[in-house]
Write a new protein. Structure first.
Length: 732
C-alpha cells in the first residue's frame, strides 16, 4: 500500500521532469559525504524552477548542516552583505580562525568598528570565509545554498567565487542559483535549467488544478506558458474550481497585476482597430482553434491583413494553433475591452461554433453574448451542465448552472436552478459561492415547500463541511424531517448525514447527540424493499448509536459487504464511501477499508468532488501512518492542507497528529494537539478530543511512559459509540 495516486493539489516542491538535474545534485552530495567538496551554478530564466532545485538540495542533504541565503536587490550596494548573511550561523566558530583572518572577517562583517583597523584584505576575507565554512563542516558535512545570486553585492560574489574554487578536500557543497551567468561566477561548474517539456508541463499544471480543464484549453495554456513551472503553478492561484472548469471562466477570471495590465492596454491602444478586434476574438476563444477564430472574425468583418499586425507585434501566433505569448496577455486583452465589444465577439464565436460538434462551447458563448434573461439560452446551459458534470465534474457543471441562473426569467425556475448550482458549487468546494446561490434559491421556497427543505439540506451540509462542529446535526435532522413527506429517499440520506455529523460532534453534541439522531433515523421513512448500501449503512449505524456495537455489528458488516460489491456506484451511493470506509476501520475490517477508500479517492479525483476530499485524505493519511507508510502519509497531508486552503472546509489534523505521535516527537505533538483541541472545542467537534486521547496513548506508549499513556487514554473508554474511541483499546 505504498503507492499514493496523483493528487488534485500538489506541493510546489515537486520537481516533475527534473530527473537529470536531481542526479547532478545527488552526485554532488555523495562527493561531499566522501570528503570531496563541490560547487554548482544553476542558471535559467525567472520561474524555471531554480529555487525548487535548491530546496531539493537542502532536503536531499540528509545528515548535512544547511546554510541558506538569498541575494537581495536592495542590498547590492552594501559590501559583504550577502557573505555576512551566509556566514552568520557560524560566527561562534570565528575564534578558531588564524588572527589575521579573524580580524579581516570581523572588519568586513562590521563586527569590529574600530577606525584603527585597516580596510579588510579581500584575499584574507576569502580565506577566512573558506576556513569558517570548513570549521562548520568538521562534525557534519555542509550544504551552502545561495539563491538569486544575480543580486549579490559584487564583493560578496567575488568572495564566494573565491571560496568555490578552493573546495577540494572539504565536506562542503556550495550551490548558486542565478538568472544569468555573470563575471564573478564564470568558469565554475554550471547547470542550465530549461523549460519543462510538454508532457511534464502538462502534468505539473494538472497537479495543481482544482477543476478539470477541457483538453484543448489545457493544451493551449501549456503552450502559452512555454514550460515555465512558475507560470504553470501561478496560473490557477486565486481562481475557484468553477472559474477554471472547462475553460469557461477564462480569460476574464485570470488574475493580472495592475502594472502588467496597464502596459498591455497602452500597447493595445497603438494598434489598428481591426487588429484589436482580432486579438479580442482570439482571447475569447479558450481552445485556440484558428479555424473557429477566423470564422468568427469573418462574421465581424475583420480582414485577414489584421493577422500580419498582431503576429509582427509579437502578441500571438495564429497557426497551427492560436497561442498568445503568455496567458496573462489573453486576460488583459479581454478585460481591456468594454461589455458591448465582448458581447459582439462572443456572439460571433457562438455562431461560428458547430452545435453538433461542440454544443457546450456554443452554449457558453451564447450566454456570454446575452445581456438579459433568456429562457432558451438558460435551458441550453442547463443541458450543458448535465453533460459537463459527466465529462468534467461538479465545477464544470457549476459554471454553466450559475450563468443559467442569471439568465432565467421565471422566479420559480430560477430558484430551482439556483439550488442545483449551489449543490454543484458545494460539491466543487465553493462554499461561499454556494451560500450566495442558496439566497437566490430561497426566493422560491414559498411556492414549493420541498424546495425549501432541499435548500435547508444544502445549507446544513455546508455548515458541516465548513466547521465540522455540533451545529450541523440539528440542522440536518430538521431538514430530514421536512423531506420525509415529499422525498423519503432523500430524507433517509439526510438522516445518514445527520448521524455522520453526530459522530464528529461526539461528546460535544447538543442535547441528545448521536443517540437522538439514531432514534430519529430509525423512526423515519422505512427502508425500501430493495435497500441500497447507504440504506443498510443508515440502519446499522443508527442501531450502533442507540443499542451499541453488539447489536449493530451484523448490520454494519452487511452494509460494508454491499458497498464492496457495488464496484460502479451511482453518484448518490459513491458519496457515502468515505463514511463506509470510516465504519470499516471501526469494525477492524482493514481489507474493506482499503477497497472502499481507494474506490472513493479515484472517484473524487475524477469528478473533483472537493467537498468530500478532506475527509477521504484525512482518513487515508492517518491509516497510512499506522501502516508505517510515513512518506505516503506526509504526501496526503500536503494535499489535505492545499485542499482545505482552497475550499474553506475545516482543516482535519488527524494525519499530522498521527505522524508526530508515531515518530515520538513530543514537543511537536503537544503543540499540534493543543491547537487541535482548542479549535475542536470552539467548533464543537468532540471526535477530535477522542482522537487526541487515543494518539496521546500512542505517543507515550512509544516513549515507554506507560502511566502517562494510561491516564491519557482512559477517558476515551466512555465514548465507544463515537467510533474512533474503539481504537484506544490497542493502546490500553
Amino acid at each position: 500500500m505504498s503507492e499514493v495516486s496523483q493528487p488534485i493539489f500538489a506541493s510546489g516542491r515537486q520537481l516533475l521532469g527534473r530527473e537529470r538535474e536531481r542526479g547532478v545534485f545527488d552526485r554532488l552530495l555523495d562527493g561531499a559525504r566522501s570528503g570531496r567538496g563541490g560547487v554548482l551554478v544553476v542558471h535559467g530564466e525567472a520561474g524555471v524552477g531554480k529555487t525548487a532545485l535548491l530546496q531539493y538540495a537542502a532536503e536531499a542533504g540528509r545528515g548535512f548542516r544547511i546554510a541558506q541565503m538569498s541575494g537581495v536587490e536592495a542590498e547590492m550596494e552594501l559590501p559583504f552583505a550577502a557573505a555576512q548573511q551566509l556566514c552568520a550561523p557560524f560566527f561562534e566558530l570565528m575564534a578558531r580562525l588564524p588572527p589575521a583572518q579573524h580580524d579581516a572577517l570581523a572588519v568586513a562583517f562590521g563586527l569590529i568598528g574600530d577606525p584603527a583597523h585597516p580596510a579588510p584584505n579581500l584575499f584574507l576575507v576569502g580565506l577566512a570565509v573558506l576556513g569558517l565554512l570548513a570549521e562548520a563542516a568538521v562534525e557534519q558535512p555542509l550544504v551552502c545554498v545561495v539563491d538569486d545570486a544575480q543580486w549579490l553585492d559584487s564583493v560578496s560574489a567575488r568572495t564566494l567565487a573565491f571560496v568555490a574554487r578552493r573546495l577540494l578536500a572539504e565536506k562542503i557543497v556550495l550551490v548558486f542559483a542565478t538568472r544569468a551567468l555573470g563575471d564573478a561566477l564564470d568558469g565554475l561548474p554550471e547547470l542550465r535549467v530549461g523549460p519543462l517539456d510538454r508532457r511534464d508541463a502538462r502534468a505539473l499544471l494538472e497537479s495543481v488544478l482544482p477543476a478539470r480543464l477541457d483538453e484543448p484549453v489545457l493544451e493551449r495554456i501549456v503552450a502559452e506558458t512555454h514550460g515555465n513551472p512558475l507560470a504553470l503553478l501561478e496560473l490557477p492561484r486565486g481562481l475557484s474550481a468553477s472559474q477554471l472548469a472547462g475553460g469557461f471562466g477564462l480569460p476574464q477570471a485570470m488574475p493580472v497585476s495592475a502594472s502588467i495590465e496597464e502596459s498591455f492596454v497602452r500597447r493595445l491602444a497603438r494598434l489598428p482597430e481591426d487588429a484589436r478586434r482580432l486579438l479580442l476574438v482570439a482571447a475569447a476563444d479558450p481552445v485556440g482553434d484558428p479555424a473557429l477564430v477566423w470564422r468568427a472574425a469573418k462574421q465581424l468583418g475583420i480582414p485577414e491583413s489584421a493577422a500580419n499586425t498582431v503576429e509582427s507585434e509579437d502578441w500571438l501566433i495564429l497557426s497551427p494553433r492560436v497561442v498568445f505569448r503568455h496567458p496573462l496577455v489573453r486576460s488583459a486583452i479581454y478585460r481591456a475591452s468594454d461589455a458591448h465589444q465582448r458581447r459582439e465577439v462572443e456572439r460571433a464565436l457562438a455562431e461560428a461554433t458547430d452545435p453538433r460538434i461542440d454544443p457546450d462551447r456554443r452554449a457558453w458563448h451564447r450566454a456570454q453574448a446575452t445581456p438579459v434573461p433568456d429562457e432558451d439560452v438558460a435551458s441550453e446551459l442547463e443541458r450543458s451542465a448535465v453533460r459537463a458534470q459527466a465529462r468534467g465534474g461538479f465545477a464544470a457543471a457549476a459554471a454553466f448552472l450559475e450563468r443559467a441562473v442569471a439568465l432565467t426569467p421565471e422566479p420559480g425556475r430560477r430558484a430551482e436552478r439556483a439550488l442545483a448550482a449551489a449543490q454543484a458549487k458545494f460539491q466543487a468546494g465553493g462554499l461561499d459561492d454556494a451560500l450566495d446561490l442558496l439566497m437566490t434559491a430561497e426566493s422560491g421556497t414559498a411556492i414549493d415547500p420541498l424546495l425549501g427543505a432541499r435548500v435547508h439540506l444544502v445549507r446544513a451540509q455546508i455548515a458541516f463541511a465548513a466547521r465540522r462542529g455540533n451545529d450541523a446535526t440539528p440542522l440536518l435532522l430538521a431538514a430530514a424531517h421536512e423531506l420525509e413527506a415529499g422525498d423519503p429517499s432523500l430524507a433517509r440520506a439526510t438522516y445518514l448525514e445527520a448521524l455522520s455529523a453526530g459522530m464528529f460532534a461526539g461528546r460535544l453534541a447538543h442535547d441528545g447527540g448521536l443517540a437522538e439522531a439514531g432514534e430519529r433515523a430509525l423512526a423515519g421513512p422505512p427502508m425500501p424493499p430493495d435497500p441500497l448500501p447507504s440504506d443498510l449503512l443508515l440502519r446499522g449505524f443508527a442501531v450502533q448509536a442507540t443499542e451499541g456495537y453488539t447489536a449493530a455489528a451484523p448490520l454494519l458488516k452487511e452494509a460494508l459487504s454491499a458497498f464492496a460489491r457495488d464496484v460502479d456506484p451511482s453518484p448518490g451511493e459513491a458519496r457515502w464511501l468515505w463514511f463506509a470506509s470510516w465504519i470499516a476501520l471501526h469494525m477492524w475490517d482493514d481489507a474493506t477499508w482499503s477497497v472502499l477508500s481507494s474506490r472513493q479517492l479515484e472517484i473524487v479525483r475524477r469528478t473533483r468532488a472537493l467537498s468530500v476530499l478532506p475527509f477521504v485524505l484525512a482518513n487515508r493519511s492517518s491509516v497510512y501512518a499506522f501502516l508505517g507508510e510515513l512518506r505516503a502519509a506526509e504526501l496526503l497531508e500536503e494535499e489535505l492542507r492545499a485542499a482545505t486552503e482552497a475550499t474553506g472546509i475545516a482543516g482535519i489534523s488527524y494525519g499530522r497528529l498521527s505522524l508526530a505521535a508515531l515518530r515520538g516527537r513530543e514537543d511537536e505533538f503537544s503543540e499540534l494537539v493543543a491547537n487541535a483541541i482548542g479549535e475542536a472545542r470552539t467548533r464543537g467537534e468532540g471526535v477530535a478530543l477522542t482522537v487526541a486521547e487515543f494518539l496521546s496513548g500512542t505517543l507515550y506508549n512509544g516513549l515507554g511512559r506507560y502511566d502517562t499513556a494510561l491516564a491519557a487514554v482512559l477517558p476515551a473508554e466512555r465514548f465507544y459509540t463515537e467510533g474512533p474511541a474503539i481504537w484506544a483499546l490497542t493502546e490500553l
